[in-house]
Ligand binder design. Structure first.
Ligand SMILES: Cc1ncc(CO)c(N)n1
Length: 236
């Protein structure tokens, strides 16, 4: 068993849940609501910029030149996806650059990006790589899973093609390989930290889709008041 086999086994339930999320099943049938996808793609553009910054921070701290290049290339790849795929959809949905610039990240997006930036800037290098891995691995698996059952003429075909495509597969394979090498060199405690960071990032992937599907925004004090007033009165 490689280290990433262990990580896969540990997060099996959560990853299966992700594949079954309504966002992903609706994406496969092509029935995903346009407004839901529109909200997602805008948040994902904000996410990908943060993800690329986190990869760049990790790249700067990599132990050897080949790994610096690998992570820096992945950062450039994330920005390229943002430019091509997102521009494709944003044109279709009438989202302009100005609208995008004015958009605030959702709580889920901000939380995920903050976690990646913090881990990449301040955590040990192996922990940063473990935190960055689910962004690659989960999207590859979900992309392939959806591609295998996608409806013909799916409006989300460009998204599905990106994440089930060869170029993305290769970057995922390199990231798995790097994590396996770091896992093999790490002591027991370091492996535990890596597993925890990996699992937390898997949770953030789940939360990002969940939040997009429910079109969640920041909780405001008045939302909380409305919720509290619906709660059953406390019994004396
Ligand atoms: C939230 C999220 N995670 C991972 C990817 C794939 O890089 C993406 N586009 N968005």
């Amino acid at each position: 068993m490689t280290f990433t086999d262990d990580l896969a086994a540990q997060t099996q339930t959560l990853r299966t849940r992700i594949h079954e999320m309504p966002f992903n099943t609706d994406m496969a049938t092509g029935q995903l609501r346009r407004d839901v996808f529109q909200g997602y793609i805008v948040q994902d553009a904000l996410y990908l910029e943060g993800f690329a910054r986190a990869l760049s921070l990790a790249a700067a701290r990599a132990p050897d030149p080949a790994t610096v290049a690998q992570l820096a290339n992945a950062a450039a790849g994330a920005i390229a996806v943002e430019r091509e795929l997102h521009t494709h959809y944003m044109d279709r949905f009438g989202v302009s650059e100005t609208m995008l610039a004015a958009m605030a990240p959702s709580a889920a997006c901000d939380h995920y990006v903050s976690f990646l930036l913090r881990t990449s800037a301040l955590g040990p290098f192996d922990e940063a790589v473990a935190a960055l891995l689910p962004c690659f691995w989960i999207y590859r698996d979900v992309g392939h899973d959806i591609a295998a059952r996608s409806a013909p003429d799916n409006p989300y075909a460009a998204w599905i093609d990106t994440y089930s495509g060869e170029a993305f597969d290769e970057s995922v394979a390199r990231m798995l390989d790097l994590t396996d090498r770091l896992g093999a060199e790490a002591d027991g405690l370091a492996r535990l930290r890596m597993s925890a960071a990996f699992e937390r990032a898997c949770w953030h992937e789940w939360r990002f889709w969940d939040s997009a599907y429910r079109m969640e925004s920041w909780m405001r004090p008045e939302d909380s008041l409305a919720r509290d007033s619906r709660a059953p009165a406390p019994t004396a």
